[in-house]
Design a protein around this ligand. Structure first.
Ligand code: UDP
Ligand code: MG
Length: 321
């Protein structure tokens, strides 16, 4: 396997204010690397001047390729689009807002040269992020690793380097509900990690509110585990056993002491409990069924509005499905 070229893939949504600063830092980093470097920026349907800024960067620097999606598809799909089109011996993914410092790229490259196929950045500190965000993130990883069959390293973002064969493996995973961290982990191959301090954003604000994060977590769990379905079965089974036992007790009680009309509160409690348990289990089944439905439609993952390849891109997967 040759190790001559490196492509950086950046997904950007409304990052016009942050991109020029990020690109300047990337250029400085590239200057210190003895590799053929290139950058692929993906404009994920931004509403601000991101596309104008990106085109200007591409005009000024031949190593820059820019891709514009037809609308906002979300970070996971924007990254997928970038990884489909990047063409290099290794690809690094980082955030457009400067939270993943490009200055660390040489360390990633060094690990890759040692023979690792995947080098992940592990966040040691996350300044500028609330304790609630950190706590929910930690809880999510704990649950995820309990229930999922694929071990997903905690405290890793999407900041990582992947070798060509990993990228090629990823291109074969065309599922619609994409939880990239899970897909990255699913692929396997020798992995190393680099600890780094997450920086505050250069400009703008986070695009992930708690509702979006919650849905992201649901996608992660349902995408990599069917444990909730099994839990629904066990909860149903346990309630049924308790209900049978209670039913038996009612029969015995009636035979021994007769049956004066009574028990309205118990009745309500049981009906409500069972109704609740049933709806919950149905909801869990529904989550999976809905995802199956979306998957069955086989829609393309993303649509490209404009693609301006620089020299370091283009030979990747062209097809968009
Ligand atoms: N992003 C994207 N599409 C979206 C939302 C975000 O491409 O719909 C990009 C965004 O521009 C940034 C990265 O994903 O480069 C991470 O987003 P953000 O910084 O808002 O998330 P956080 O760092 O707060 O988790
Ligand atoms: Mg960020």
């Amino acid at each position: 396997m040759t190790k001559n070229s490196l492509a950086v893939v950046v997904a950007a949504y409304n990052e016009a204010a942050a991109l020029p600063a990020l690109h300047a830092r990337l250029e400085r980093t590239f200057a210190g690397l003895d590799l053929d470097c290139s950058v692929l920026y993906v404009d994920d349907g931004s509403r601000d001047d991101t596309w104008v800024v990106l085109r200007a960067l591409a005009d000024a620097d031949a190593r820059v390729s820019v891709l514009r999606l037809s609308r906002n598809f979300g970070k996971e799909l924007a990254l997928t689009a970038g990884l489909d089109l990047a063409d290099a011996d290794a690809v690094i993914v980082l955030d457009a807002d400067g939270q993943d410092p490009p200055e660390l790229i040489p360390e990633f490259v060094a690990k890759w040269r040692e023979g690792f196929d995947v080098v992940v950045g592990t966040r040691t500190t996350r300044p500028g992020e609330s304790w609630l965000k950190r706590a929910t993130a930690a809880a999510f990883y704990r649950v995820m690793n309990r229930v999922a069959d694929t071990a997903i390293p905690a405290d890793t973002g999407d900041f990582r380097l992947m070798s060509r064969r990993v990228i090629e493996a990823l291109r074969g995973l065309r599922e619609r509900q994409r939880f990239m961290k899970g897909l990255f982990a699913w692929v396997g191959y020798p992995q190393a990690s680099i600890a780094y301090q997450r920086q505050p954003r250069i400009a703008g604000s986070s695009k992930f509110n708690y509702w979006r994060l919650w849905n992201f977590a649901l996608d992660g769990i349902t995408g990599f585990s069917t444990a909730p379905l099994r839990v629904a079965t066990y909860v149903g089974f346990t309630t049924a056993m308790l209900a049978f036992a209670y039913g038996g007790w009612i029969v015995i009680k009636t035979l021994r002491w007769g049956d004066p009309v009574q028990g309205w509160p118990t009745m309500m409690a049981v009906v409500l409990l069972l109704g609740g348990v049933q709806l919950m289990a149905l909801g869990v089944v529904g989550e999976y069924l809905g995802r199956l439905y979306l998957e069955a439609k086989q829609r393309p993952l993303y649509l490209v509005q404009e693609w301006r390849p620089g020299p370091g891109a283009g030979a990747g997967r062209r097809q968009q499905d």
